[in-house]
Design a protein. Structure first.
Length: 336
């Protein structure tokens, strides 16, 4: 609570592995690469320092017993990173491909920042603790350390505030602000290493995102064609696009690296692994607004009667429910 952690040239701020529960209240994490990592069914709960006063014991309230002095000013939690603020993944140690953990990420009163200066000339961070200025700069060259395919993958996922790699996840965003120099709020993708949880059958709950009382500036890119992604806006505004990739489209992105032995995420064997396209669904409820930036694609778009889509919708089917909610199937939405 009201703490600060810096990883100036690489690494990550915190890690929540299997059955681990991490709590951040009014904290600041600054990392040249990743702010925080969740693995398997790990969980991270984020809030302002003021949230800690009303948290239950299970939500980290017991930590208040050991604080030194009063909580003081109510501070938001801020994550600043060069690659991703949060990375969620699920190693498949035995390669069974049929067990899908669900990571849990709950963010309230938080600001997520991806600053490209960290990957270039360096980012000047002024410490909240001692007032000193630290240069945060990523120094690892992954193409040089491994090969061009790995370097290209790292480049591709860099800039997504939240990165979900081959895992199910429950993500709740409440009063969350996202500032990304690439314009990507959330990216799902096939994981990039040999112990990735590539699915051989349909299991798990997919990636479920609920956005409440927030304005999100950025795109949702769903490239993990093995899992569903559902996004719900609850009294929230999304300024950005939502897109998905089929297996063929994902493989086409990586055509130049298809023969690279390290590019295990390309051309999964359709006789062994799931390669059909899964759902990409968006629901707007409780006076939500979606301002489409360019072009979006959804398998299902649901819009409550009091919500607004500022864009042109073309759909395979359209159904209006008794309460005025409109459901579009296989929809393409373009900027108005």
């Amino acid at each position: 609570m009201n703490t600060e952690a810096l990883a100036l040239h690489g690494g990550y701020g915190i890690y929540a592995d299997t059955n681990c529960r991490d709590y951040l209240y009014g904290a600041t994490l600054v990392s040249a690469e990743v702010g925080a990592i969740l693995s398997n069914n790990g969980a991270i709960t984020v809030g302002s320092s003021g949230d800690a006063e009303t948290a239950t014991t299970q939500d980290g309230h017991s930590a208040l017993e050991y604080r030194d002095g009063e909580i003081g000013e109510d501070m938001r939690t801020t994550i600043i990173a060069g690659r991703n603020d949060f990375q969620l993944h699920s190693p498949d140690m035995m390669g069974e491909g049929n067990s899908d953990y669900t990571a849990s990420l709950s963010l309230s009163h938080a600001t997520l920042i991806i600053d490209d200066a960290i990957n270039n000339e360096g980012y000047a961070y002024i410490s909240n603790v001692n007032g000193e200025t630290y240069t945060v700069q990523a120094t690892e060259d992954y193409a040089d350390k491994y090969d061009d395919a790995v370097g290209a993958y790292v480049d591709y996922v860099t800039g997504a505030a939240i990165l979900v790699k081959s895992t199910s996840a429950d993500i709740a965003l409440n009063d969350v602000e996202i500032q990304s120099s690439t314009g990507v709020a959330l990216l799902t993708a096939l994981n990039s290493d040999s112990m990735s949880r590539y699915l051989k059958q349909d299991v798990g709950s997919g990636v479920n995102v609920t956005v409440t009382d927030s304005t999100i500036d950025g795109d949702f890119v769903h490239d993990d064609y093995q899992r569903d992604m559902t996004v719900t806006l609850n009294n929230a505004t999304l300024n950005g696009d939502i897109t998905f990739s089929t297996a063929d489209e994902w493989n086409e992105k990586w055509f130049d690296y298809a023969d690279d032995e390290n590019a295990c995420w390309v051309n999964l064997d359709a006789n062994t692994y799931i390669t059909n396209t899964h759902a990409t669904a968006l629901t707007l409820t409780n006076s939500s607004v979606w301002n489409v930036k360019e072009t979006s694609e959804l398998t299902t778009l649901t819009v409550s009667a009091d919500s607004v889509v500022n864009g042109s919708i073309e759909a395979e089917t359209t159904e209006t429910l008794d309460d005025g909610t409109v459901v579009y199937t296989n929809a393409t939405v373009t900027a108005a």
